[in-house]
Design a protein around this ligand. Structure first.
Ligand code: SF4
Ligand code: SF4
Ligand code: SF4
Ligand code: FES
Length: 936
């Protein structure tokens, strides 16, 4: 059976450091003050029957099953709501208690299906377990009485069903939705006998506010709320702890397996980033792993016009190696390159960059972080010395002012959003800066104190104006600056920032945000006392992405908000392993741990380990690879887990570059746009089919464990090894743990990382080494990693992507909860029930000027191309700004994005594209497919 210990202690742990001693059933117990008697008993190995209590939520005290006796006191208090007291003597068992509990259970069972064998929880039903625990043998009531046993099942949700006949009205689901998820979608409706648990106002689940996080299903003690996979296939017989393969929150899950099938993913209550919570993607949308579209055999073809031919692994690898060698012999060492992916494990990304550096003999390796968070790496490394988030997610529980900019956590990072919302409900203040009114601005029980609805592309002006207000109003933390930052640089920056052109009044003209609001937000942030910044691609994917990261770092340093819990500058990473793929050397100028390849001493260490001579010159970045391909000097690409033809900007340009190459090797789990230009397709393995590690946005390295055998027979790291061996550079790892051992040997921030340790402690945040054997939650404590923090001038330079008479609107992009990136995975799951198409959000004022109505098809034209979408009129966007998601390939959002990019890192300026939107009557799908697939 499932062997992972996730004992439920009934109520949450107390945070008190003061201890209280008492006696429970004659056992002496010492426990933190504020702990419930129920939890104290559970900690002492005494199980008190319970139904409405669970340790992920505050006690509610409704079922009255957990009654106890306290010596010298009258009555039978509920142990879940009774806190421990010094010196009391508690009895949890007595004849009287047994009788009372049996009476309670008898009432519950009188309105519940009697036949335990029909219970779909199949042995996991707390109700039946409690009935047995209290010795209830028969039910005397309900002969002909009214019951709820004829109520219909609500199976509208694609993933779980609600059977009200099994509901005992314990409210656990309602509280889970309120307290854990923060959506407030459920209620106990009606009174007395007519009480019913209900989504919204007597709605079906699918029509309600529910976001399908699964917390209510997890909390339900009966089979009233059950996963459909369990109803259809039965419960798992074994469980394996692994890490979600979707976003950078990196939630930990128990994959429950029956036979050779996953039947359920249950959020791991001992998992650090998520503490037992989940979102619809990680919890439910894993069916793509066994979708019929999965490619199960290697394929090759001489020319991209030829049909694919299925071949053995050996033939495919030999073909790929031969073509790579031929290209290199003809065009030189620098004519090949590789692209690693943030979808893959650390070990896989490490091997791809090693293959490029050691087997190709150049540094032409890059990663998809190029197009998302490369400015984070540049900015945070420059300012603080480490290209990574400063704090752990839990640190937000000590934050007083939360500043969210360019991120939409409820859609993009839902589990983190739940923690954030909880913190706001507890009293933290909230500043949101975004061109679009994201959900966090106004939700039940959550409202932003300041919503700074800025014009896309003006983040730097906003940050500068906030810094101006802070400095000129005397709110800078001079003591912190003096102690922790470079004094000369600060003085220079101070002179720059107090200039009038950086004032909120000047910024109002650029950003569109009223100066008073900028000043108010700046004061709130500066006064904290604990203020933390959380940001996403709305900051990085700009021509000034790196400048904006530096400007945020300035705000944090100038106000002293770095180096302790509750503060910091924290990127919310889009993909599961953005942080990790960067850490392990995927950039063309850096070896593992962000160390420059030009350093001869460093190269010597790698050369000794790898037994090759390494090139000292940084290699090509992804956009440079495309340019070189069109110039004729870059002719071969190994691309693992990344659909560059779809995800990189200016799709026409990318397609032409790929078509110009002589050998393109794509390794992926599904056929994709890039594969249309490939000569070799190597079937990849999903996160369920391999061992390895992912590193989430808080630098947390977590185990990915093999749950299923790879559908095509190989884990991705094995395929890279085969290719390397065929090229003549030996790679002979027996297990990914050996790859991690090599990373640890070569990387000072990883020296303490090993699979054995991760198995033992669950996960570790780097730096993890002798100085921090179990990892580092908060960075830059006492001193910045680079020594003194750098406060650098951040001149606002408007993007060259200007609106004009011809392109008068700004297009910006974002995500939606139920879909993921270009939808390769989520569109192959039951998530298709939501978000059937991408739409173009447009302000009614702009629509009216163009004669558009809600739902009309429109043509969106930029300087780069045109796409077709259905218009959705909404005041979430401001006039002059239009917005779309990019989850469906038909949308082809990158057909319109330009080649503008961040000055420091080449991160594309996805978030600002000048466009015109006009009505169209043309059929959009065919046109976009043609645009994406020009004749090679
Ligand atoms: S699935 Fe999540 S959002 Fe939906 S009702 Fe349950 S707890 Fe609430
Ligand atoms: S659905 Fe489950 S959790 Fe919700 S009230 Fe009913 S029994 Fe309790
Ligand atoms: S929040 Fe991210 S990591 Fe967590 S379950 Fe959802 S998609 Fe997976
Ligand atoms: S478990 Fe204590 S009242 Fe329900």
């Amino acid at each position: 059976m499932l062997a992972i210990d996730d004992k439920d202690f009934g109520t949450p742990a107390s945070k008190s450091s003061k201890s209280v001693s008492l006696e429970i059933d004659g056992k002496p117990v010492s426990i933190p003050e504020g702990t419930s008697v129920m939890r104290a008993a559970a900690m002492a190995g005494v199980a008190i029957p319970k139904l409405c209590a669970t340790d992920s939520m505050a006690a509610f005290g409704s079922c009255r099953l957990c009654l106890i006796e306290v010596e010298g006191r009258n009555g039978f208090p509920a142990s879940c709501t009774t806190p421990v007291e010094a010196g009391i003597k508690v009895h949890t068992k007595s004849e009287k208690l047994d009788k009372l509990r049996r009476g309670v259970m008898e009432l519950y069972m009188s309105d519940h299906p009697r036949d335990e064998s029909a219970c779909k929880a199949d042995g996991n039903c707390e109700l039946h377990r409690m009935a047995r625990a209290v010795g209830l043998e028969q039910v005397r009531y309900n002969h002909g009485a009214r019951t709820h046993l004829d109520l219909p099942v609500d199976d509208s949700n694609p993933y779980f069903a609600f059977d009200p006949t099994r509901c005992i009205l314990c409210s656990r689901c309602v509280r889970a939705c309120d307290d854990i998820q923060g959506t407030f979608a459920l209620t106990i409706d009606g009174r007395g006998f007519n009480s019913l648990m209900s989504p919204g106002q007597h709605q079906h689940y699918l029509d309600s506010e529910c976001v399908s996080c699964g917390a209510c299903v997890q909390a339900c003690p009966t089979d009233a709320l059950m996963e459909k996979t369990i109803l259809e296939k039965g419960p798992g017989t074994r469980a394996i702890v692994t890490t979600c393969g979707y976003c950078g929150v990196g939630c930990s899950f128990k994959a429950e397996v029956r036979g050779d099938e996953v039947v359920r993913m249950v959020p791991n209550k001992n998992g650090m980033p998520n503490h037992g919570h989940s979102c619809v993607k990680g919890r439910f949308a894993w069916g793509y792993a066994t979708h019929p579209d999965r490619v199960r055999a290697p394929m090759i073809r001489e020319r991209i016009e030829d049909p694919w031919r299925e071949v053995s692994w050996d033939e495919a690898i030999a073909f790929a190696a031969r073509r790579l060698k031929e290209v290199q012999a003809k065009y030189g060492r620098g004519s090949l390159g590789g692209i690693t992916s943030s979808r893959c494990t650390n070990e896989e990304a490490y091997l791809v960059q090693k293959l490029v550096r050691a087997a190709f003999g150049n540094n032409n390796v890059d990663t998809c972080a190029r197009v998302c968070h490369s400015p984070t790496g540049y900015g945070l490394k420059t300012a603080f010395g480490t290209p990574a988030g400063t704090n752990d997610f839990d640190s937000i529980l000590e934050t007083d002012v939360i500043f969210v900019i360019g991120a939409n956590p409820t859609e993009g990072h839902p589990v983190f959003a739940s923690i954030l919302k909880r913190r706001v409900r507890e009293g933290a203040r909230l500043i949101v800066a975004d061109p679009r009114q994201i959900e966090l601005v106004q939700l039940p029980h959550v409202a932003a104190d300041y919503f700074l609805q800025l014009t896309p592309g003006t983040n730097v002006a906003l940050f500068n104006a906030m810094a101006h207000a802070i400095v000129t109003e005397g709110l800078a933390n001079e003591a912190f600056i003096k102690e922790r930052c470079d004094a000369r640089e600060y003085t220079r920056w101070r002179d720059f920032i107090i200039e009038e052109r950086n004032s909120p009044e000047a910024a109002e003209k650029v950003t569109g945000v009223p100066a008073d609001n900028i000043r108010g937000a700046a004061r709130l942030y500066a006064k904290g006392p604990n203020s933390a910044i959380f940001y996403g691609l709305g900051v990085t994917e700009h021509s000034q992405g790196s400048t904006a990261v530096l400007a945020m770092a300035n705000l944090a340093m100038v106000t002293g908000n770095v180096g302790r819990a509750g503060v910091g500058v924290n990127p919310l990473r889009g993909q599961n392993n953005v942080q990790g793929s960067n850490d392990v050397g995927s950039f063309p100028h850096e070896l593992t741990g962000y160390r420059h390849v030009s350093d001869p001493k460093l190269r010597a260490e790698f050369e000794a380990e790898w037994h090759v001579t390494l090139d000292a010159e940084p290699g090509l970045r992804i956009p440079n690879m495309f340019d070189a391909a069109l110039d004729g000097s870059f002719k071969g690409l190994y691309c693992e887990g990344e659909d560059i033809a779809q995800s990189d900007p200016n799709s026409h340009h990318v397609a032409a570059a790929l078509a110009a190459m002589e050998i393109v090797i794509v390794q992926d789990i599904f056929m994709n746009e890039t594969a249309k230009y490939a000569h070799v397709f190597l079937p990849g393995s999903s996160f369920l089919e391999k061992n390895g590690t992912f590193t989430n946005a808080e630098r947390r390295i977590s185990m990915v464990r093999k749950v299923l055998q790879p559908l095509a027979g190989k884990e991705d790291w094995e395929v890279t090894c085969m290719l390397s061996n065929a090229l003549g550079y030996p790679m002979n790892y027996r297990h990914p743990s050996e790859i991690m051992d090599e990373i640890a040997r070569l990387t000072p921030t990883f020296t303490g990382v090993s699979y054995q340790k991760l198995d033992r402690i669950g996960s570790a945040q780097w730096p993890c080494n002798d100085a921090a054997p179990e990892g580092t939650k908060v960075m830059h404590v006492g001193e910045f990693v680079r020594g003194k923090g750098r406060i650098l001038p951040t001149e606002y330079i408007p993007t060259e992507e200007r609106t004009t008479f011809r392109y008068p609107l700004i297009l910006t992009t974002g995500r939606i909860l139920t879909q993921y990136n270009v939808g390769t995975q989520t569109r192959r799951t039951r998530n298709v029930a939501w978000h059937p198409e991408d739409t173009l959000e447009m302000h009614p004022h702009d629509a009216e000027q163009r004669g558009l109505r809600d739902g009309d098809w429109v043509e969106v034209t930029s300087r780069a191309g045109s796409i077709f979408l259905r218009a959705q009129l909404t005041e979430r966007v401001q006039p002059g700004v239009v917005y779309t998601t990019f989850h469906h390939p038909e949308t082809g959002a990158n057909v319109v994005t330009t080649e503008n990019s961040d000055w420091a890192t080449n991160c594309p300026e996805y978030k600002v594209t000048a466009v015109e939107v006009m009505p169209t009557s043309r059929r959009p799908e065919r046109i976009v497919r043609e645009a994406l697939n020009p004749k090679p």
